[in-house]
Every structure is written in C-alpha cells, then in structure tokens.
Design a protein around this ligand. Structure first.
Ligand SMILES: Nc1ncnc2c1ncn2[C@@H]1O[C@H](COP(=O)(O)OP(=O)(O)OP(=O)(O)O)[C@@H](O)[C@H]1O
Ligand SMILES: Nc1ncnc2c1ncn2[C@@H]1O[C@H](COP(=O)(O)OP(=O)(O)OP(=O)(O)O)[C@@H](O)[C@H]1O
Ligand SMILES: [Mg+2]
Ligand SMILES: [Mg+2]
Lengths: 462, 462
C-alpha cells in the first residue's frame, strides 16, 4: 500500500541541492562563496553601511576547505541567530524592497552542505553593537530547525558590529577559481563603494578597496503596486485588514493609490466605496484584480529600488574594458505581480572589447539586484531578448561578431529567478519588455555613434 | 528594526512560481498539463495498470481555461486526498524507486495557479475501488494546508478506480499549443503501452492509442546503494535504527551489502563489527562515508528502475523519424548519492532526419524517468556532454551539421533536476560520465556503419 509522507523544507532542499547551486564539488565552492558574500553585502548596504568584507578560503585537508567571512554589517539580533542560520525559509528579506537575499535559504544551504560533506557545525559570531554572541550550530533536517551545540556571550568594549561565519566543507577550489574571481570582479563593477579582501587556498590575495567615498542611500520598503497583483495576494490583504476597513480605505494600502485615485477606481468598477472590504464576494475580488491590470495607475516610484545608476555603470565598464563608446539606458520603474523594478542596460563597443572572439557567442554581462549572474545565460530572459526580440541588423550590429558587450541590470523588489541558486532570470513578460525597450534605445544610440564615426572617417579620407 | 519571518512551503512557491514552471501565461498551460498527466501516468504504470488517460482543455472565458483529466490509475485513499492535493511537500513518491513525481509539489502548483488567477478551487474525484470520493478544495497558503470546501461520497457499483482532476486557470493555449503537442508526441515515443486522448480548446483531438499490449513490470523500492551516500543520510539511518543494532547489521541496510561484504568492509576500515551503531562517533561515521566512496561494492541491480529498453527506443524513433540507422546503448546501473540510475542513449542518422536544419543546432531529444524534457536544453547535462566531452570529429561526425538526432533517457530513483519545473538535469558528475560513455559507444557504432556504407558505395562505383 502506498506510503504518504510530509517533507520539511530542509529535507526538500537537502534532497534537491542541485536546485540551490550545489550540483557538484566545483559549483559548491562558488555557491558557498556567493551566498555568504551576498548576506554580508545585504547586511551593509541595506543599512547605509559602507561594506568592508574579509573572506578567507583555506585548505584544511585533501579536498576539504574552510571558509571564513567577516563583515562590518548590521549584525543579527541574538534572539534570531539560531533560526536565521538554522531554519530554511526563515529570514529578514521577505519585504517589498530590493535586496540580494530573497528566499531565506542561501545561508542555510551553505551550512547544510558543510554538514553533509564534513559533519561539522557552522560557527557564527555576531553583534548588533551590544554583546557579541557566538553560536555553534547544525541543522536538524527532519524538523527544519537549528541544533545549538554551543553558545557564548562576550563583552564588546569597542562596540564591534557585524557578523562572522565559518564553515568547513568539501569542494574543488582549483576548478572553481576562475568563476569565483570573475564573481568578485563583477561585484567590483557594481559596488565601487565596497571593499572586499579575499585570501584564497593558494595564499593569493584578491584586493578590491573601495573606489568611491559615497554610497547610494538604501531603498525603503514600499506598499505593493496594484499592477499585476493576483487574487491570492488581495485575499491575504483583506484577511489581515480590520473588520471595519472600507473598500476605499483598503485600496489605499496599494502604492500610488491615494483617496482620489481610489474613488475613481471604485466608480469605474461600479462598486460601493463604503463596503466593508471583508464583505466582498469572490467575484468582486476577481473584478478588482482584473481592474488592477487595465486601469491606468501612476507607475511605481522606485523608492524601494536601488539601481546602479549611469555613472557607476560607465565607470565600471570603462575600468574593466576601456571601450571606445558606451550607451547606457535606464528605464523608468515598472511593475509585475505588484513588485516594482527598473531595468538598466548598456552597450559597450570597441576599445578593449575585441571582435576576434572566436567563439561566435554573445558577450553578455548580467546583474540582478547587484548580484553578478555567471551561469546558465542561454536561458536567461535577457538572452531571449537579445536572440529573439532585437532586430540587430536594423541597427547595423551583430552581437555575435562585432566588438560588442551587452550589460543588463535588473533592480527589483523581487527578481523572478528561475532557480533557487539564482542562476538566471525567468522569462517574465513585463521584465522581457523592459529589457527589450532598453536595448533598443542603446542600439539606436550606438548606431548613431557608428554612423557619425563612419561619416567622419569618410570625410577625412577625401 | 529588522523584521524576521518564517515562510510556509506554499508561500515560498507562490512567491517564486517561475521556479516551478509558471513563468508566464503560455508556460503555465504547458506546466499545468504536464504536471497532471505525469501524476496520472505514475498512478498507472507504477502499479502495473495500462494507462488510459483522457484530457480535455476547454476555453471558459476570454483568457480562462478549464482542464479536466481522468485516469484509470490506482486512485488516492480517502484519508490522504486533501493533503495530497492541498499541502506542498506532501506526496507518495519520496521512496527509492523511479517515478515521474519526486517533489510533492507539482499538482499543488497547478491548483495554486488556478487559485491565484481565477479564485476557483480544484475539483477532485477519486476511488481506490471502493467508494468514490469527491472533494472541492483550495490551498491555505500561509499554513500550507488544504481548505476543503465540499466533500461527497458516492457508491461505486462498477468498482471504478482512478482519479479525475479539474482546474480553472488563466493561460495562453494558442502560444503553448506546439509545445503541448510535442510533449504528447514525445510521451508516445516513451510509452507505447499508454493510451492518451486530448481534446484541445479548438476542438481538435490528439488521439494516441496504445501501440503495444504488454507493459514493463513496475520498479520496486530498494535500499540505498552505499556509493555516494553522505554523512547526513547515514546519521538519519543511525537515528532510525534500534538501540541494539550492530555496525555489521546496520551496513546490511544498504543495497549490495550482505553479511560477507559488510564484514570485509568493516575489517578494511578497521572498525568493530559488533559495535552498536548508535555509539559510533562523528569521526567514525565520516570514515564510513569516505569508505563508501572508495570501497568496491557491486553496482546497483536496477530493480528500482524502469528503463525504456532498446526495443521501445528503436520503435519510437523509427515511427517518428524513420532514420536510416539507429545505434542504441544501455549503460549498466550506476549510482550517485546512494540513488541508482541507468542512462540509455541513441544516435539516429539520416532517413527522415534531414541536415538542412538551417539553425546549426544540435538535435537533442531528452527524457528523464520517461518524462519528455522540452525547455532549457542548453544547460542540460546532456548538452554539456555533447558540446564539451565528445570529440565528434574523431567519429567523423558533426551534430550541428549532419542529419543526426541524439536521444538521451535518464532512468533514476532520483533525477537531479536543476529546477522545480523539471526543465533540465543538473551537471552531476556521475550522471555526466554515464552519458559520455553511452554517447561514445553510440558514436563508435555509427562511425562503423558510415565507414562500411562508404566502402560499399565506393565498391559499387568501380
Ligand atoms: N552576514 C550577515 N549579517 C546580518 N544578517 C545576516 C547575515 N547572514 C545572514 N543573515 C540573516 O539571516 C537571514 C537568512 O539568511 P539566508 O541567506 O539563509 O536567507 P536570505 O539571505 O534572507 O535569502 P537568500 O536565500 O535569497 O539568500 C537573512 O535574511 C539575514 O537576516
Ligand atoms: N492522478 C492521481 N492518481 C493517484 N494519485 C495521485 C494523482 N495525482 C496526485 N496523486 C497523489 O498526490 C501526491 C502529490 O502529487 P504532486 O503532483 O503534488 O506531487 P508528486 O507527484 O508526488 O511530485 P511532483 O511534485 O514531482 O509532481 C502524489 O504523490 C500522489 O500520491
Ligand atoms: Mg542569503
Ligand atoms: Mg506530481
């Protein structure tokens, strides 16, 4: 007879760790590094702290590594430390605000991978400025909860604030090295205000001191934008509303809906503004959700987002590639499923970008929420736009042959990642459209530049 | 101050539905269809039932569809119906045995997608041969549990057995149609013993009656194979062992370890066979896991697997493509992480496969546990083998230019899928190696055939 069973979230990702970027011992090194670095960067720049991050990766046995990462971030409050590092789907980044973290999974997967390859617990030291808390823990997979092996509290006379995480795990650093370095170089492009120091197992140092003094101000949490919000979301918001809340009041829980817009929307839909929202029927909720898709609301205001900005993109591309010409386009904020996002695109041409690429492949540099994306580019929504939506010949360009580099950054309060390992971005229509519009604008600018350059060259030749 | 939160599994996949194959309204149609069909096929061929599956997809409003699927499978026992269809990470396929289902997620995602696009609950009718149970339910996302709207029990005078599921959801069938039909055609190649009838929204019928009378016998649950088992897995098995179980007895819980092999292994490791396994230290467990990787055990016996078999592959490829020549290779059973798997590969050449492909792309037909894989082939482990591991020139072949079709089937007690939508298989070293060896053998056979053919042609020309 058939055995039915319930799996915990930790069991699911332990069973299916390839989904989270732990496909093999080489990929595991990359994933452990990037998950820890992204946690440290979030702990800094989401709180207006200029990141100073130290990472060391040491060889402790034949195929065994130990990673140690130390940041100057905001720290973890003591009552949350064990769950933050020991419970899958537990985290602080489930808000409507741009951050690298989004799943409440990454740190736990790195710890879990250490546990399954070496049996060793993770060591965490953290402080929010008061006492320093040291915790040694492992993950109870069946129950999806932390097992605390040891706890210690230290006084903090210098008010140190930040987090240190140390994990022993098996992995192949030699095969992973190029990708790890590429990740760090790409991070440098996106984050000129961050200092990252990396000591690798061969005692090589990757030193990336901050290039700029100032930092963009952190994004702030926003309300959901009405565009693309679905029935489940609206029902959740109705459930969490007080009993007396009217439809008119309820609509103002959405971004860009003030009392005037709310009244116009309710009138347009033919509903009663004073109706208690908890009394709405399923059909009326469906009508509201349909209306959200077709009514013209102001677009999102972008305050929950943190784009790179044209200056950072130009500086980064120039320092890495020294191109002859760069066209940058920043799209206005858009939304999908109620989440706002901004696409920034650039085309870099010539200079240090040479066309004897040999491989006849598109040169594509992808970022999402300032995270470098290195794997699985062929299925990324950006690659679909490049290969299916842009008529490059129309601009006199061929991205597979010309000395051309394509740069895409998606800054979103939720990035529609296709994998739990954040390898690539899903083919979401609203996102695809914004990338398409951004690249067409960049291509037009590049075409203009190249025609002008050609005319000048022809002029000189006479 | 930072808000920490716990997400339920339903909330996680509701937030990140692109990961489960619900990227956009076109992909959603494909995913709903394939998740329901795979559930019905599992309910049949895992239980020795010749599948007879009826699927209809009707248009009920402008962009709203209703899918109805009816199978003659084993049915769902009444006490499990609500959780089977209403609780994420709940299912009957968490065993060491080949099945299409593996996550306890697919059916729930289809239901959830219907719920978020239409607000409608799912209707399920099922019987294991006694009463017929009708259940109308929706999913409580926050609590990850079913909300039963209505329940009914009907008498079953004809002992009907099987399951019917009906979901209303929004989707773009017109854009999805080609992929849905391709999925059905590929299913036909793999399952000559199944009858599938599909009525689409345009009143077209896809009729695929069974081509063969006999069915392969269902795979049986097996113990884990020692090769590749990790520390967490061993500790779990130790925890669930009775207190008096010795190390010698414990080792026999693994496939291919009888008392003789267990003694040899314990002696080789230098441990005491009579030691109560619960008294092993962490270091000793680690030593056992390391030993499992290097000790020579008999390979898995394949009884938990259900490969297609050379005959089915030849028949299927012949009926679809009528090639001039087919070479088929079936690798012996192998293992990773304790799970056994078999790779079957084929190269089909010429005949109905023409080389004016135009697109200069590899023709690759992928299956995993008899499931057709249609999306994201570029990152699939099979494509990595084809593009990086096989020196095609060595065999006088060029898969991008020649009239060549590459067929890969991975039959596994756990397929290392990279995505929750089962789009492609992760780059797992043991799996990559087996595909590589299988394709090299096929390539050698094809090379031999082509040389022989060329010699014969040269002979005739004299
Ligand atoms: N270095 C750090 N400094 C401060 N807080 C941290 C640090 N590392 C982890 N945390 C906290 O632990 C939580 C869980 O981290 P984890 O990486 O598991 O998930 P996440 O970052 O929220 O999402 P994702 O799975 O996308 O990475 C974070 O949300 C954050 O609150
Ligand atoms: N048509 C059906 N006939 C019999 N049992 C079914 C049927 N559909 C679903 N089930 C039962 O419901 C369970 C949950 O199905 P669901 O699709 O959510 O997960 P799964 O098939 O186990 O795994 P996966 O997420 O990989 O599809 C199944 O394990 C099976 O026991
Ligand atoms: Mg994280
Ligand atoms: Mg299923």
């Amino acid at each position: 007879s058939t055995k039915f069973k319930q799996l915990s979230p930790a069991e699911f990702f332990y069973n299916n760790r390839s989904m989270a970027g732990f496909d093999n011992p080489t990929r595991a090194v990359y994933t452990v590094m990037r998950e820890l670095i992204e946690n440290s960067l979030d702990a800094c720049d989401a709180h207006g702290i200029k990141p100073l991050i130290y990472v060391s990766l040491k060889r402790v046995a034949a195929d065994e590594l130990e990673v140690l990462i130390a940041d100057n971030g905001v720290g973890v409050p003591s009552r949350y430390i064990a769950d933050a590092f020991g419970r899958v789907f537990f985290g602080s980044k489930y808000t409507i605000r741009q951050s690298r973290g989004t799943f409440g999974l990454g740190g736990k997967m790195a710890i879990l991978y250490g546990q399954l390859t070496t049996g060793e617990p993770v060591n965490v030291a953290t402080s929010i400025g008061s006492d320093i808390h040291l915790v040694k823990l492992s993950i109870d997979i069946k129950l999806n909860q932390p097992i605390v092996h040891q706890k210690k509290i230290l006084h903090n006379p210098n008010s140190y604030r930040g987090t240190t995480v140390s994990i022993k795990f098996k992995g192949d650093y030699v095969s992973a090295r190029n990708r790890v370095i590429r990740y760090l170089r790409m991070t440098r492009i996106a984050l000129p205000y961050a200092s990252i120091i990396f000591f690798d197992p061969e005692n090589q140092v990757f030193l990336a001191p901050a290039l700029t003094e100032s930092m963009p101000k952190p994004p702030v949490e926003s309300k959901p934008h009405p565009y693309g919000v679905d029935i489940i979301k609206v029902k959740e918001m109705v459930d969490s509303s007080k009993r007396e809340v009217t439809l008119l009041k309820f609509l103002q829980k959405f971004s860009r809906i003030g009392v005037t817009t709310a009244s116009r929307f309710v009138t347009w839909l033919g509903l009663d503004p004073n109706r208690p929202v908890k009394k709405l029927s399923d059909d009326e909720i469906k009508k509201i959700v349909e209306g959200f898709k077709s009514f013209t609301f102001l677009p999102p205001d972008g305050s929950s987002l943190s784009p790179l900005g044209e200056q950072t993109i130009r500086t980064g591309l120039t320092s890495e590639y020294n191109p002859e010409f760069i066209s940058v386009t920043t799209r206005p904020p858009s939304a999908y499923e109620g989440f706002s996002f901004i696409v920034e695109a650039a085309l870099a041409y010539g200079g240090g970008i040479n066309s004897e690429n040999g491989s006849n492949e598109v040169r594509l540099l992808r970022f999402a929420n300032k995270i470098p994306l290195i794997y699985d580019s062929s299925n990324d929504v950006a690659m679909k736009v490049i290969e299916e939506d842009i008529d490059w010949a129309n601009y006199g360009l061929d991205p597979k042959v010309d000395p051309l580099l394509i740069f895409i950054h998606i800054a979103a309060s939720k990035v529609p990642f296709k994998t739990a390992g954040k390898e690539y971005v899903a083919d979401r229509e609203e996102v695809r459209r914004e990338i398409r519009l951004a690249l067409r604008k960049c291509a037009r600018d590049l075409k203009t530049y190249l025609s002008k350059k050609k005319r000048e060259q022809n002029f000189h030749m006479r």
